[in-house]
Ligand binder design. Structure first.
Ligand SMILES: [Zn+2]
Length: 133
């Protein structure tokens, strides 16, 4: 039998402010389950979350915002020479964050690289492509 949890005990929770899994103090219960916690790091009160919010997985239907592409572009800086971007080819092998030059989609950024698949972010949104063929 496990000890019932009580207000005031230490609990590990996702901190919505620190954006980290951190030590918290339980401040409120609901139906015997942790409800509200206080972060020991930032002292903020927020709802208890046992884990980090689900990471956004590329290609699962989320709409890529134009800003995602712009952020990726700006990371390269103004001095980036796009003529050095690797030309996309099915036979190529690409890695995450690599800049590619696709014949129809234009300049893209690799966001996911699996064995024979890649996902790249283009100005029109993410595209799944093959690699290593
Ligand atoms: Zn915090």
């Amino acid at each position: 039998m496990t000890e019932p949890i009580e207000v005031g005990t230490d609990i590990v929770s996702w901190c919505t402010k620190c954006k980290l899994i951190l030590d918290h103090t339980l401040v409120a219960l609901a139906d015997g389950l942790p409800k509200k916690v206080k972060c020991k790091t930032c002292k903020g009160h927020h709802n208890y979350r046992d884990k980090a919010p689900a990471a956004r997985v590329p290609g699962t239907g989320r709409k890529v915002k134009k800003t995602d592409y712009e952020v990726a572009m700006s990371r390269l800086g103004e001095s980036y020479d796009f003529s050095t971007a690797k030309k996309y080819s099915m036979k190529g092998k690409f890695k995450v964050d690599q800049v590619i030059d696709h014949a129809s989609f234009g300049i893209g950024f690799i966001v996911l690289s699996l064995d024979t698949k890649i996902e790249a972010l283009f100005v029109d949104g993410p595209k799944r492509l093959v690699q290593n063929r």
